[in-house]
Design a protein around this ligand. Structure first.
Ligand SMILES: NC(=O)c1ccc[n+]([C@@H]2O[C@H](COP(=O)([O-])OP(=O)(O)OC[C@H]3O[C@@H](n4cnc5c(N)ncnc54)[C@H](OP(=O)(O)O)[C@@H]3O)[C@@H](O)[C@H]2O)c1
Length: 267
């Protein structure tokens, strides 16, 4: 990836969505430490001030895109920039995402559509826009989740959105093999980031899921290592790998019942 082809590439860039906090921020900091300085960063999130402050502390030339990836116009802005700057995209990190815990019926139709717009539609759209600007040796990362391995009562739309990303990424990896473009889907367990409200964080810390909490910095490191090895799916924790194994060998309806009981959610 990135470290072999970049010096022959025209205007090499790395694009990271959800760059301003949590796992996206960990990706940016790690890439800033490890990538050659010729590569520019394009960082995407809604909060312009946060992006600007982050960019000031980076060694790489950085362009901030304060965009809402639920909005159609955002993709036109990125497409225009790709076209006018004549860049080669070495790495696209499709990371921005949001959660929505609670029973399906407790959320409005707008909430479900909004989650799908960011977690599913934005990732497919951005990938489609960026791929023509990639070359042999480029790579795409998708941030999925351990939630992708099993339907999750109490987190149904979110878990399904992550299952979509896992399925999409795996198929795309095969399609892009002849172009020698790598695709890696990363599947972390819960991380204590801004993804959770303080109330959700407390709930997480008092549930069985607290044993599975991961550090976003380590998740980023393991994911980038997997990209370099051209691994298609990386499950960044032992517990996550066990969940994946269980989901393959134990009848899924048993595990779904267990998850539903453990969540102790009321409709
Ligand atoms: N935290 C976990 O437990 C966990 C576990 C497994 C997988 N994941 C996945 O990891 C990814 C990163 O999550 P995180 O934990 O790092 O959460 P986070 O700290 O909340 O970060 C989310 C990032 O996405 C950006 N973002 C949110 N809505 C956006 C929008 N509409 N348009 C553009 N950017 C937007 C946020 O910046 P702005 O608010 O400025 O836009 C922020 O940079 C997500 O895909 C999530 O599903 C998280």
């Amino acid at each position: 990836m990135i470290d072999q082809a970049y010096y022959e590439s025209k205007n090499p860039v790395v694009i990271v969505t959800g760059a301003s906090s949590g796992l996206g921020l960990a990706f940016v900091r790690l890439l800033d430490e490890t990538l050659p300085e010729e590569i520019s960063f394009w960082l995407i999130a809604r909060d312009e001030e946060k992006l600007r402050r982050l960019a000031e502390g980076l060694q790489h030339a950085t362009r901030c895109f304060a965009l809402d990836l639920k909005e159609e116009y955002s993709f036109a802005v990125i497409e225009d920039a790709l076209r006018s700057d004549g860049v080669t995209v070495q790495l696209l990190v499709n990371n921005a995402g949001e959660g929505m815990p609670g029973h399906f019926e407790t959320h409005s139709v707008a909430c479900h559509r909004s989650l799908c717009a960011l977690n599913v539609s934005a990732q497919v759209t951005l990938t489609s826009i960026v791929l023509p600007y990639m070359e042999e040796g480029s790579a795409v990362i998708f941030t999925s989740s351990v939630a992708a391995f099993l339907p999750q009562p109490g987190f149904a739309t979110y878990a399904a959105s992550k299952a979509f990303i896992l399925s999409f990424g795996r198929a795309l990896a095969e399609e892009l093999r002849p172009r020698h473009i790598g695709v890696t889907v990363t599947c972390p367990n819960p991380m204590l980031t801004e993804f959770f409200t303080s109330e959700e964080r407390e709930k997480l810390l008092s549930s069985y899921k607290r044993f599975s909490i991961e550090d976003p910095v380590l998740v980023a490191k393991k994911t980038i290592a997997a990209v370099r090895k051209r691994k298609v799916v990386v499950v960044t924790s032992l517990l996550g790998r066990l969940v994946r194994l269980f989901s393959k060998v134990v009848p899924q309806h048993w595990i779904i019942r267990f998850v539903a009981k453990a969540a102790k959610e009321k409709p």
